[in-house]
Ligand binder design. Sequence first.
Ligand SMILES: [Mn+2]
Length: 318
Amino acid sequence: MKKTIIEAIESYDTIFLYRHEKPDPDALGSQIGLALLITHNYPNKTVIAKGEMDDSFSFLVSEEAYRYRETEVQEDALVIVLDTANTERIDGDGWNSGKQLIKIDHHPEVEDYGDVMWVDTKASSTSEMILALAMEGKESKGWEWTTEAARLLYAGIVGDTGRFQFSNTTPTTLRLAAEALEYPFDTTELFTHFYENSEALIRLKGRVLLDFELTKNGLGIAYLTQQTLKEYGVTANESSAVVNAFANTEGLKAWVFFVEEEDGTYRVRLRSKGPVIHTIAEKHNGGGHPMAAGAKVKDEAEMKEIIRELNEKCAEVV
Ligand SMILES: [Mn+2]
């Protein structure tokens, strides 16, 4: 599969790279990391990254990386979509206007799309997969890596494995991360940015720690209303930084955050240490991984329904 993808990259002059909306470090790292690898090794190719940037990740990727995002996809171009399980979540239009479409992802299969699909659910992250691809390129095509590409791909793995702590961290993850670490980027600086929070977020975290509920089945529940978010000066987007606030509570099996949007609907963040929760997310306008997923609910009734389903799941797991 890696050989097929490298051959595809070699046979196109113009390559568009997409990833999912509301990007995380893995989406950004795999996308821009791959972009840098291609442009470094094939300087005559045009590589265009699509998608909107989020200021909170400016330490990782600058707005510059997306300066050609408005360029329309030509019909003779290659399109690669990274870290995105279903086409609905692709950030930007035109992904289906190229000549060939490749999907590279590690999420559980939600939707088949693309002429070539490389889906490895055992990979910790799409960045890990791109590192594996880069290893193949190094061995078979003499690809050189750049320090910046190594930094981005390493950052993507750090993001999706929670600093190599989650159960998705495998020997392969660590071996590939070690390959990236051969390059002289500053990991201390990277980690500082990753886990640094504003004072507003730290205080919101305190509020969450005081207020979260814990059911007898081991389900943690937290609500962030618009009123609370405004009181602390934190946006719904930024509040994702407190999602693990009470993760280490004894007896906790899974937890959920209901975050109110401006329009009164709720975005739902689901996390787990055992019960599989992405199937519940899929029933409520969302999806994700077995242990980390997201959904959307329209009202309080649906919120109660999710809590009921999660409680049931938690009860099944000892
Ligand atoms: Mn990912």
